[in-house]
Design a protein around this ligand. Structure first.
Ligand code: GUN
Length: 293
């Protein structure tokens, strides 16, 4: 068998195109959707993500109120900046790029963001709304995973989904969304404390790999015909690559293609969906601010 490779790059491009149309329509009615991305310090992966976000904002026609602060920024300075953005009615979405420098308490910063502008979906109010199925903001990567499953026509209802990884950003929310009535999957969450991981992954009709370990899911851990969603983004050394590294997922992609029915690649799989869903959340926030939702 050779799996169908799900093209997240093109699904994300069509999401952005749809968002761009709505941004223009909303702007014509007097509301220009605006996102503020706050980056503290120079973490290379964060700088690269933030550059991607700026590019997407330009593409969908949103205002970009991003701030790049020095690594020496104190927690109280950052909290005051978030407060200023909360109070500014022209800003519809606020995203503080993680990880933050060690001297800043990430939870305190996330909790400072007005839940009405929490387009990242990380605030406890957003998490709570997601868990109980109330309107709010869904976290971008998990939401992107759901959209990819839908776009690829992968049935989730009544199927067994196994999620490898329990992070607050991906593993836990993906498991919660899959178990919601809308998707109606039976969900197992595996993590570093799981004994005999392969005995669980081999039962998965839908396998979501979100552990952050390069190529840890090998072909023998996949049930024949499963849909495999790889959320891992790992830098591995590669002297032949221009930057000296390349990106691989948590799944050993080439052999996995011989076992799975559907698979997402890394790069160009789940990754581009994260930014596309961020654009969608910012549009949603702007529409709410304009009284349209
Ligand atoms: N760092 C890596 N991914 C993310 C994300 O989705 N949001 C934020 N705020 N920081 C990140």
């Amino acid at each position: 068998m050779s799996a169908t490779v799900i093209d997240g790059f093109s699904v994300a491009a069509s999401v952005r195109a749809r968002v761009a149309e709505s941004v223009a329509a909303l702007k014509a009615k007097g509301t220009h959707a605006c996102l503020a991305v706050v980056l503290v310090g120079e973490d290379p992966a964060s700088v690269s993500y933030v550059t991607g976000k700026a590019k997407a904002l330009a593409e969908v026609g949103m205002l970009d109120r991003s701030l790049h602060l020095p690594a020496s920024t104190t927690e109280s300075e950052l909290l005051a900046i978030v407060d200023g953005l909360n109070a500014d009615p022209s800003v519809h979405g606020i995203l503080v790029q993680l990880p933050l420098p060690k001297h800043i308490d990430e939870n305190r910063v996330i909790m400072k963001i007005d839940p009405a502008k929490d387009v990242d979906g990380f605030h406890p109010v957003s998490v709570g709304n997601m868990v109980i199925g109330r309107p709010g903001f869904l976290p971008c990567t998990p939401h992107g995973v759901m959209v990819l499953l839908e776009e690829a026509g992968i049935e989730t209802r009544g199927r067994h989904a196994v999620v490898v990884g329990r992070s607050n950003i991906v593993g836990k929310p993906v498991a919660i969304l899959l178990a919601n009535r809308k998707y109606n999957a039976t969900v197992t969450v595996c993590h570093t404390g799981t004994k005999d991981l392969a005995s669980f992954t081999r039962q998965a009709d839908i396998l979501v790999a979100a552990a952050g370990k390069p190529r840890m899911i090998t072909a023998d851990m996949i049930k024949p015909g499963a849909a495999v969603i790889d959320v891992g983004v790992n830098r591995v050394e590669d002297p032949t690559a221009k930057k000296g590294y390349r990106l691989v997922g948590d799944v050993d992609f080439v052999p996995a293609c011989e076992v799975a029915s559907f698979i997402t690649p890394v790069p160009r799989g789940v990754g581009p969906m994260t930014i596309a869903m961020l654009m969608e959340n910012t549009l949603l926030s702007a529409r709410r601010a304009a009284g349209e939702e």
